[in-house]
Design a binder for this molecule. Structure first.
Ligand SMILES: [Zn+2]
Length: 294
């Protein structure tokens, strides 16, 4: 059974988290903490009641976010399409949430990874959100549409090939419809694009604010809750590790200081919580089901 649809409000905005499916990452310690000493990872996992020797998979949700501002309906990311048998349910799940794909005005593509832009195009090659314009960082668009070099990533080749194939399939059809950002700006009133490069060259985070409330969507700035406590541990798919660490420091400090409601794409569903500063890092306080929204 797929994760459920989660609806909540941010001021006057209605937000809906709509799952595309899930994906089981194998060898999660090697994927998420690629540069960390193994014994330190083992200790940190045990502190979170995870047995390192038995940690064979991390099942990640793939959640898109719909923000209805009252004047615009904005979709953030389009899931993974046909990446795996467990993905590609965004369109039926949107309809189940009462959101017709034709009603989406703007699609924000936070970055060019297969699990974030995989649903731009339907199986028969048509744009899945036919009325929408798209927004992406220019550096991100240029990286993925001009012979991307993934040779620095310590991942098996099939992963590189999957990333390249998804970008080649899902990005070119947006040409002419995509607005390419070169600096932080307000996409529509209340939704701000935040530069968070590192995971990819033009990875985007978002601040969504209305009537004194804020949702900070960190997207893939962090991938696993342990990244809050160990912001220096980067994943095997972070293209620019030093920038990843810098982006984490900037955004986790902001989240804690502003006491924002935070969303993270790959955290256990619905991926909402708050961030608290501790010692040299931060901790994640996941909202329990029913604490915010329904
Ligand atoms: Zn991702």
């Amino acid at each position: 059974m797929s994760a459920s649809i989660h609806r909540f409000s941010v001021g006057k905005f209605t937000c809906t988290i709509v799952p595309d499916g899930t994906f089981a990452y194998e060898h999660p310690a090697a994927v998420f903490f690629a540069n960390a000493p193994a014994d330190a990872v083992d200790g940190a996992l045990r502190a979170h009641a995870i047995d390192p020797a038995a940690w064979h998979h991390y099942v990640s949700p793939y959640p898109s976010l719909v923000v209805d501002t009252g004047t615009a309906r904005v979709l953030v990311d389009t899931g993974a399409g046909n990446l795996a048998p467990t993905t590609g349910q965004l369109l039926p799940n949107l309809r189940a949430a009462g959101i017709e794909p034709e009603s989406i005005d703007i699609v924000v593509i936070t970055h060019g990874h297969a699990d974030h832009n995989g649903g731009n195009v339907t199986a028969d090659g048509k744009l899945a959100f036919p009325r929408a314009s798209f927004v992406m960082w220019r550096a991100e668009w240029e990286f993925w549409t001009k012979e991307p070099d993934l040779s620095s990533l310590p991942v098996p080749d099939f992963i590189r090939q999957a990333l390249l194939a998804s970008a080649a399939h899902n990005l070119p059809p947006l040409a002419g419809r995509v607005e390419l950002l070169v600096e932080e700006c307000e996409i529509v009133p209340g939704i701000h694009a935040i530069a968070a490069p590192g995971h990819t060259p033009g990875h985007m985070a978002l601040s969504i604010s209305s009537a004194g409330e804020q949702l900070l969507h960190l997207v893939d700035t962090v991938l696993h809750p342990l990244h809050m406590e160990h912001p220096e541990w980067v994943s095997a798919v972070d293209l620019l590790p030093e920038q990843t660490v810098a982006a984490r420091h900037k955004l986790l400090a902001r989240a804690a200081e502003e006491q924002a409601l935070v969303m993270v794409y790959h955290f256990p569903a619905p991926g909402l919580g708050t961030v608290r500063a501790v010692n040299d890092g931060w901790t994640w306080n996941a909202l329990k089901e029913g604490e915010h929204g329904r």
